[in-house]
Write a protein that binds this ligand. Structure first.
Ligand SMILES: [Zn+2]
Length: 231
């Protein structure tokens, strides 16, 4: 195998390693709770808090209704017991009963509104809970897949790195130094020739360069300095 083919093979292997490292980093960044899941969770929390608040409000209104009812019952009992004869006292009781009835009607109206709101909030909280369950289920499936993908890619990466080490060890040390230096300077060291031009800088090559690139020695692009590879 010619030196330039070995270097090209090494470069392709390094590209593959880079792509795999990027895929691994991407996959790792997707591990953990997603923003959608976090939002669904806090939305459920808000819905449940709202429902709880309205339920508490409903309960306290129901207690007030109970309390007002029992007070009204007592006043009415006194009023219609026949025991009270004093007109002033009767009139006071009558007035108290009216006040209690008016108060009761107002509280009952308020309670009806709160009950309706609480029902709506309860339905909304249930919806949010079901939505979260669905999101969580698909998130768990995705996380499982990610963990598997990461494991597979880590193994693959280790294999490729091992292979790179072996291939690099099989290349002449001086050529490898040239390759590494070019890689640092130019991003990649070996450039294919496509339609008579260097693929690294896209400048057309002279016929002498084209001819030299087919020989077994390393020919560099006169413009960018990359090692030329002719198919
Ligand atoms: Zn070039």
């Amino acid at each position: 195998m010619s030196l330039v083919i070995k270097l090209l093979g090494l470069q392709e292997l390094e590209f593959e390693i880079k792509a795999l490292e990027k895929a691994l980093a991407d996959a790792s960044s997707r591990l953990g709770e997603s923003p959608v899941l976090k939002e669904a969770r806090s939305s459920l929390e808000r819905c449940e808090q709202n429902y709880q608040q309205l339920s508490d409000q409903q309960k306290s209104l129901e207690w007030r209704i109970e309390d007002l009812n029992s007070k009204l019952k007592k006043v009415n009992e006194q009023l219609y017991s026949g025991r009270i004869k004093n007109p002033k006292e009767l009139s006071n009781l009558q007035h108290e009963a009216e006040l209690l009835s008016a108060n009761l009607a107002a509280v009952e109206e308020e309670a009806l509104e709160v009950i309706e709101k609480a029902e709506q909030a309860g339905a909304k909280a249930l919806q949010a809970k079901q939505y979260l369950s669905r999101i969580e289920a698909s998130w768990q499936v995705e996380q499982k897949k990610l963990v598997e993908e990461i494991k597979i890619n880590k193994d693959k990466l280790a294999d490729l790195q091992e292979k790179r080490k072996t291939e690099a060890g099989d290349i002449d040390a001086d050529a490898l130094r040239v390759y590494e230096r070019l890689k640092l300077q130019r991003g990649f060291a070996v450039a294919r020739i496509t339609q008579g031009a260097c693929e690294g800088c896209h400048i057309s090559l002279s016929s002498a360069q084209l001819q030299h690139s087919r020989s077994s020695t390393l020919e560099k692009c006169a413009n960018c300095g990359r090692i030329l590879f002719c198919e």
